[in-house]
Design a protein around this ligand. Sequence first.
Ligand SMILES: [Zn+2]
Ligand SMILES: [Zn+2]
Length: 277
Amino acid sequence: MISFMNPKFGGKLTKLPFSENAMKRYFTVLMMIGLLISCKEDDSFSGNDTNFGGILNKRGIGESAFELLSNDEYKHLEIELLYVEGFSPTQSALDQVKLFLASRLNKSKGISFKFSAVATPNLSHYSIQDLVEIEGDHRSVYSRSDTLGAYLFFADAGFSENDDDSKVLGVAYRNTSMAIFEKTIRDLSGGLNQPQTSTLETVVIKHEFCHNLGLVNAGSAMQVFHQDEVNGRHCDNKNCLMHFSVETGNVLTNTLGGDAPELDENCINDLRANGGK
Ligand SMILES: [Zn+2]
Ligand SMILES: [Zn+2]
């Protein structure tokens, strides 16, 4: 019985209150783990069956790169084309965009478009906030089941950050959301010494889509370094579709000769390494 007098036992006795605290903490930790697990379950559940409030489509640029490129979770890509009445893109551009996406994305159930029109909101220019509000009011295609929803808005006015030297032709602003400044594209195409409208539309739509495919260094890891860091998430090859000049009117000189820029090998390799073709 001498063992009861053992300092260890005494230690245990004196530590009893501590043990109760530890017990409480243990329960707290257990509850926290429970919360974490339920959050995670909610996420995966909503990813497969219910996309509550379109939350899966309200993430950052490039965050769905793997989902867009691979056939793992989403086997079908549905792209909503919301255009201001009178500003729909040319069929020729959409055909080219579909061919391009089919050549890079693994989507065993295909890629489809859904068209919808909206009356002009009568804005002289569009800010990102305006684009977000229009999307909130009118977007109808969101990710659900094995369909990944994407969204392109075709605007009847320019971007709020345009200046005399550069006119923004398109912008990607969320993981599946992009806007194309169709009015600006038309102003800069189709005339004498200007590229064809469909060519410029094609190049700009592809460029913005590629930002959400994770280019450059923004969701699809670079296999070799080729980022033009001064100009953000762009490629350092001036002939590549992901060169920064494609986003602004400066691309005009590239498309005039009929040679619309395509992805270079470095960009294609990044997409392939992240589930694409
Ligand atoms: Zn860009
Ligand atoms: Zn490139």
